[in-house]
Design a protein around this ligand. Structure first.
Ligand code: NAD
Length: 479
């Protein structure tokens, strides 16, 4: 039994969640404690008690702790990557890459702990000095989704601790294994008791407790739009700080002048890798007339070569969908797209057993052509290996289609034209823009996040993380 870490102790929960391998549903990854609201309350109490001392800890102490956590994660990359692939279903190379990212994020924020910014300036009044400094905000509640089970926790926990906050961390209940392994590493890092707490459990129980407890100063949430709206409403009602990273319907434009191989590789990677379960996945391909048919033919040829199999097997390109419910959502959307007039050009086949005969949630990557902007497949997030294609007359129409969405996380363009690339970078309504690159796959040392319906509040990651995890103080002194 994997227990919760509350006030420095490993505690049993009130229920148990079974973590099942989506590549082979006979394989139980482990059993994980589920806390109730009273245990979440204990964690908040412990974090509140730990805050005064931790917020005044030295940069050296924070550096040493975060650096040690990063070092252990990187040293155990292969083992933790195997656990991640086993519980979530992304392929082993993708999972090992994600673990590496988590390790480097801790290293990055170890460095940031040594570089607290501030400004000293003269006042507009004679003889007065002004200092502008940043301070920790207090106890932060961190709520994460299942699709990046170690990287997203890392990019919230590391800056929270680096800037002197105390943490109550609630991972997704579907894949708690990587989160638990990360918490176990953190528990041995030398942090004072109560500074970091792991509370696994239901969103409607543990998550809700975090949203409504007045001692939780801020909530950082990544997940679906529907849950994000609940987080926002609860936080506004008690004036708590909050930050939301939610869904996407990310476009990738392919222009007539694109390098065909570059465009196909970028579209296949960002549409289908990690089983399409990335918030930054390109789920709408917007292709201009002159290249449309050649591009579709090349996509179909490439897609036929992709191996859908056990996430941990060498040579697998695409692992399973995370669970039965997500698989149902994916196949439902394929059906809806067809009923609305889309053509299934390739894939979309539910496969019940992998090549080794194990039962799992397999779906061959699906390409749906001949769609129109109003179809649900072009407006709603599917969150699976399902990509739609829109045809555009020219760049101007393609740009308008790409921005015609309630979301605004990432947007891409494949082109050899400097003119169009430059124009697109300026006019794409998205937080992240890629030229001749997949929309998914971003660096760990720069801001991450979107606009419109995808995100709310300050950006995560990079030096921008300080915006959320600190509050500014302006001090005046008459000497
Ligand atoms: P989800 O909204 O179902 O759950 C996210 C987290 O919120 C989980 O920990 C869940 O237990 C918790 N939760 C659920 N109900 C709650 C409540 N009432 N109060 C408090 N917490 C609650 O999302 P998911 O299915 O785990 O993740 C998939 C979604 O995440 C997709 O929409 C995807 O686009 C999004 N996502 C966004 C980003 C990004 O950075 N923009 C990154 C990854 C995933």
């Amino acid at each position: 039994m994997h227990k919760n870490l509350i006030a420095g102790e490993w505690l049993d929960g009130v229920a148990v969640s079974r973590n099942i391998n989506p590549s082979d549903t006979r394989d139980l990854v482990g059993e994980y404690a589920q806390a109730d609201a009273a245990q979440a309350e204990l964690a908040i109490t412990a974090a509140t008690a730990a805050f005064p001392a931790w917020s005044l800890s030295t940069p050296q102490q924070r550096f040493d702790i975060l650096d040690a956590i990063g070092t252990e994660i990187l040293a155990r990359r292969a083992e933790l990557g195997d656990l991640l692939a086993r519980e979530e279903g992304k392929t082993l190379p993708e999972a090992i890459g994600e673990v590496g990212r988590a390790g480097y994020i801790f290293k990055f924020f170890a460095g940031e702990a040594l570089r607290p910014g501030g400004e000293v300036m003269p006042s507009v009044r004679p003889g007065v000095g002004v200092e502008v400094t940043r301070e920790a905000i207090g106890v932060v509640g961190l709520i994460t989704p299942w699709n990046f089970p170690i990287a997203i926790p890392a990019w919230k926990i590391a800056p929270a601790l680096a800037y002197g906050n105390c943490v109550v961390f609630k991972p997704a209940d579907l894949v708690p294994g990587s989160a638990w392994a990360l918490a176990e590493i953190i528990s041995r890092s030398g942090l004072p008791q109560g500074v970091f707490n792991l509370v696994m459990g239901r969103g409607s129980v543990v998550g809700e407790k975090l949203l409504h407890d007045p001692r939780v100063a801020a909530i950082s949430f990544t997940g679906s739009v529907g849950t994000g709206q609940k987080v926002a409403a609860a936080c506004v009602s008690r004036m708590a700080k909050f930050q939301l990273e939610m869904g996407g319907k990310n476009p990738m434009i392919v222009l007539d002048d694109a390098d065909l191989a570059v465009a196909v590789n970028a579209a296949v990677n960002s549409g289908f890798f990690s089983t399409g379960q990335r918030c930054t996945a390109s789920s709408r391909l917007i292709v201009t007339e002159g290249i449309h048919d050649r591009f579709i033919a090349a996509m179909v040829e490439k897609m036929k070569t992709l191996k859908v199999d056990d996430a941990r097997k060498a040579g697998t390109d695409i692992g399973p969908v995370v669970d039965a419910s997500q698989l149902g959502q994916d196949t439902d959307y394929i059906g809806i797209a067809k009923s609305e007039g889309g053509k299934l050009a390739q894939g979309g086949e539910h496969v019940e057993h992998n090549a080794g005969g194990a039962p799992g949630f397999y779906l061959t990557p699906a390409l749906i052509t001949d769609t129109t902007p109003a179809m649900r497949i072009n407006r709603e997030e599917v969150f699976g290996p399902v990509v739609s294609v829109l045809r555009a007359r020219d760049y101007e129409e393609a740009l308008a289609l790409s921005n015609d969405t309630p979301f605004g996380l990432a947007a891409g363009i494949a082109t050899t034209s400097l003119k169009y690339a430059t124009h697109f970078k300026r006019h794409a309504q998205a937080g992240m823009v890629m030229v001749n690159l997949p929309t998914a796959g971003v660096d760990y040392h720069v801001p991450f996040g979107g606009r419109k319906g995808s995100s709310y509040g300050p950006r995560e990651q990079g030096r921008n993380a300080a915006e959320f995890y600190t509050t500014v103080k302006t001090a005046y002194t008459q000497a």
